[in-house]
Design a protein around this ligand. Sequence first.
Ligand SMILES: [Zn+2]
Length: 449
Amino acid sequence: MAERTLIKNISIVNEGKITLTDILIVEGLIQKIGKQEDPIARLIDGTGKYLLPGIIDGQVHFRDPGLTHKGDLYTESKAAIAGGVTSFIDMPNTSPNVLSMDILNEKYRIAADKSLANFGFFLGVNGDNLDEVIKLDTSGLLGVSDDGLYFTKKGNLLADNPATMEKLFANCSAVIAIHSEKEQIVEENENIYREKYGENVPVEFHPVIRSEKACYEATKRAIEIAEKHNARLHILHLTTEAETHLFRNDIPLREKKITTEVSVHHLWFSDKDYKRLGTLIKWNPAIKTEKDKEGLLNALLDDRIDIVTTDHAPHTLEEKQKPYFQAMSGAPIVQHSLNIMLEFHKQGRISLEKIVEKMCHNPAILYQIERRGFVREGYFADLTIVDLNSPWTVSKENTLSKCGWSPLEGTTFQGKVTHTIVNGNLVYEEGQFNESEKGKALVKTTMRH
Ligand SMILES: [Zn+2]
């Protein structure tokens, strides 16, 4: 890889503006933004294309270690890179669950060997390790989370345990990212439908079982407890219009103590799609109604929702294509998150500047990530180049996640990622990968972006 790369005549989307100019990368960093020549740099012609800060995905499940038949840090980071995602934060429900600093540090070691994208990891927290977590100095951690841990042990979701939340929120200064559903309500609903249909509950009832009420009550309660303790709470993957009204947009993200996100599939799919896609779009929390889908996009646009994530969660087709209760929840989607948002842009529903704010700037602000998420001189050269007029269709063959399928198969997107640059290295170009350099660990900063 050349130490110097000059991208010429490209429209840079950054901090609310689009500027047609050049950008010089030297030794992994953005050296100079502006019209320039450089006789020894590798040249990339950006004519007609847009350059964005690399996408930072704040919620993925890359399955490494322990569940690597579904995906691993190499395969899933490769899928991420092909979709313009240069950094990710991975959830703690790998095997063993990330319930100690030793296991967390082990994940960083594995990722340094295998990941093509930059990486960060949540420390897991639940009733089992609560006392250890509140004793820790969490100032260097990106965040703590209970997401996915309930798969291994029912009844351990923070949202179901107000006493655990009280103690954690009172004693932990890190970002506390929670999966917000009341499992008791879900179980009551499950029993109603099991009585009626046995094990073969039609998947269309998934959003009625994992209901709006289960989400709303959990989120409302968590926010009340967080406010009482002035805790730094982040509600993961919001799914209902009702919940969006629990969040503020009258202060900037930097000042918020309570934040939230939407995952792309909850913007893209609705309950109309269960007939066509069945358990392939079984997610927790569930895909809900058209009204919820519209409400989520509106809340993203008016800043009640702060960031866009994927909750990328590969499972094999065999694990997905089972009767309702046994079918795994989650699906691979990290490769297509930017495509989905660019498609909304094509439809005139969101600006490129807003996409960059929600997928690049805001994750860096929310998780206090050092020198990433913006196109700025002195920042890491994590950059994504897109062609907005290059239609292509998702297929099994071009889906890179190890599980080898996508709920978006057959979907044609108008825009395409053509280049992905990570720490100054051109890792992806027009379908080809350069895997010589691995990604770096995300560092938490105390400075403000
Ligand atoms: Zn998740």
